[in-house]
Design a protein around this ligand. Structure first.
Ligand code: PEP
Ligand code: MG
Length: 325
């Protein structure tokens, strides 16, 4: 069965009725990239850069970051690479940087908030990305965006980084596409406004489920309430997909839910064009995709929107999965 699955690595990711769903990988290191490519990843939809900052005892220099980003870009041979800027804070801490003690770290000083407070460090990362972008199809993604202002402020730092590189005469790629993670309910509610500012969305279901349902994703006591198939989540996904479509930007899903087979018809039915998955989820999801029809998925999604409980939604998606097996 393993070999059979592996033989799908080179097979196009397409439904029985001819709809493409791009399957990219989530990675946090060069090593994970190898595994992703072996499994036929069509690019990297989420490069989590935190680990570059966590695996050492100081902030990585521009050169150190540039080396890693460039190697990843080169190994992709022109396949797209979305580098997410630092998402530190929350559950991810740095040994060498004292973060303020917080009552609610996931709601606190993290991700883009940290970067906009420490623009010196942010600019170093952006410079490294712009320089590495010469070697591939690189895009930049900002995490935990909650407002248009944050995007504009981040883009100002990006423009400054470009200006510096130009003045210093260092090779870099200008005008690379920027996108945002959609992982906070506020971002969903203003998805149409955010779409005016960026080239792509990537839905981070891990945080989006946590914030929408007010369920700490790390708290085992309430883990039974962490329910990605909650009707509220389905509505949010629909809102984001519709906003992206009407503004003509692309939308992908990069949270854990993307690797869940039962969720596959939801993406197809909502018109999501791309998933970004952990390396080991790519082939099982592709195998399932090859057996699925987009037209049936759309019908299923219509039914899902008539459900009032997560249990009903789960039952329908699971029986759909079983029927297409
Ligand atoms: C997410 O929130 O879904 C996501 C992909 O980001 P992370 O898991 O790194 O917070
Ligand atoms: Mg997140």
């Amino acid at each position: 069965a393993r070999e059979k699955l592996q033989s799908l690595a080179e097979v196009p990711a397409i439904t029985r009725d001819g709809m493409n769903l791009k399957l990219a990988a989530n990675i946090s290191s060069l090593k994970e990239l190898e595994a992703a490519l072996e499994n036929g990843a069509q690019g990297v939809g989420l490069f989590r850069t935190e680990f570059l900052y966590m695996d050492r005892n100081h902030f990585p220099s521009e050169e150190e970051q540039y080396e890693v980003y460039r190697k990843v870009a080169e190994k992709l041979h022109g396949k797209p690479l979305i580098i997410r800027t630092l998402d530190i804070g929350g559950d991810k801490q740095l040994d060498y940087y004292e973060m303020p003690a917080e009552e609610n770290p996931f709601l606190g000083f993290r991700a883009i908030r940290f970067s906009l407070e420490r623009k010196d460090l942010f600019k170093i990362q952006l410079r490294a990305i712009l320089r590495a972008a010469v070697y591939g199809d690189v895009k930049i993604m900002y995490p935990l965006i909650t407002s248009v202002d944050e995007i504009r402020e981040a883009n100002q730092v990006l423009a400054e980084a470009e200006r510096e590189l130009r003045e210093e005469g260092l090779p870099y790629k200008s005008g690379i596409p920027t996108g945002v993670m959609i992982e906070v309910p506020a971002a969903v509610a203003i998805a149409d406004l955010l779409a005016e500012e960026v080239s792509f969305f990537s839905i981070g279901t891990n945080d989006l489920v946590q914030f929408t349902l007010a369920v700490d994703r790390m708290n085992e006591q309430i883990s039974h309430l962490y329910e990605p198939y909650h009707p509220a989540i389905l509505r949010m996904l629909r809102t984001v997909a519709a906003a992206a479509k009407s503004k003509g930007i692309s939308v992908s899903v990069c949270g854990e839910l993307a690797g869940d087979m039962a969720a596959l018809p939801i993406w197809l039915g909502l018109g999501i064009q791309e998933l970004s998955l952990s390396a080991q989820s790519i082939l099982p999801v592709k195998e399932c995709l090859l057996r699925t029809k987009a037209s049936d998925s759309r019908k299923l999604v219509d039914e899902l929107f008539r459900c009032s409980t997560a249990q009903q939604i789960r039952e329908l998606t699971e029986s759909f999965l079983a029927d297409s097996a």
